[in-house]
Ligand binder design. Structure first.
Ligand code: PEP
Length: 250
């Protein structure tokens, strides 16, 4: 499979200016990588991250954006603003935002559309809870979540990155087996193919959920897994670098 893999660090609400400097320095020192690499950082750190990473091949992004372009939306940050800070990516529909901020499929879809309209690549997260998996609903849930976005962004769907993140695997130390993850990735790819035809073969579908240096390689070896969205392990340069190095050679 010729898709170049992508590893994205989701720092969540972690970091400080000195800690970020150390972390990014560790990542920059470890280049070159044979995959694409990015970090999605808290909003206040975007400016400094942009300065640190400019001129390198490590990209940066944010963890959310507004569905609106501008206006009276206190506390929100628009895709246009992220674009001004050189963001390449923005995560939308992370399960923590769906669960803790009540973000529904339609809002996630509008955020993805807003990101695409400003030239950002949305990393659209989908994934089932443990109860949904145990009830045999995994396929229905992830297909519903992805369908909402695909319908809204229409012909731009081929420009997104999708991240399959089973909710039960995020921050828990439980990881989907490579076979479990591959099965879901294959069905997501099939759904994308129905929407954007052959372009689906070039789209990246990331796996996220307790990816660590010791389990990354077997996950990334699966044919429809195109890299990872990494939470906890993205906060330590050595672990993040080891995960980047566990990607397939293009
Ligand atoms: C995430 O937050 O997207 C994530 C996958 O977290 P973790 O790697 O810590 O499970």
């Amino acid at each position: 499979m010729s898709r170049r893999q992508l590893v994205v660090g989701n720092w969540k609400m972690h970091g400080s200016r000195p800690a970020n400097a150390l972390l990014l320095d560790g990542v920059l020192q470890a280049r070159p990588f044979h995959c694409d690499v990015a970090v999605c950082v808290p909003f206040p750190f975007l400016s400094e991250t942009a300065v640190t990473l400019s001129g390198s091949d490590v990209r940066w992004g944010a963890q959310d954006c507004s569905a609106h372009d501008q206006g009276a939306y206190t506390g929100e940050v628009s895709a246009a603003m992220l674009h001004e800070f050189g963001c390449r990516y923005v995560i939308v529909g992370h399960s923590e935002r769906r669960a803790l901020h009540g973000e529904a499929d339609a809002l996630v879809a509008d955020k993805a559309k807003a990101a695409l309209a400003r030239g950002l690549t949305p990393i659209v997260c989908v994934g089932e809870t443990l109860a949904q998996r145990e009830a045999g609903e995994t396929e229905a849930v992830v297909k519903r979540q992805l369908a909402a976005v695909v319908q809204t962004v229409a012909h731009c769907a081929g420009e997104m990155v999708v991240a399959y993140e089973p909710v039960w695997a995020i921050g828990t130390g439980l990881t989907a087996t490579p076979e479990q993850a591959q099965a879901v990735h294959a069905l997501l790819r099939g759904q994308l193919r129905a929407a954007v035809a052959d372009r689906a073969d070039d789209m990246k579908i990331l796996y996220g959920g307790s990816v660590k240096p010791d389990n990354a390689a077997t996950l990334f070896a699966q044919p429809d897994i195109d890299g990872g969205l990494i939470g906890g392990a993205a906060l330590k340069a050595a672990d993040f670098v080891a995960i980047c190095r566990a990607t397939r050679q293009p």
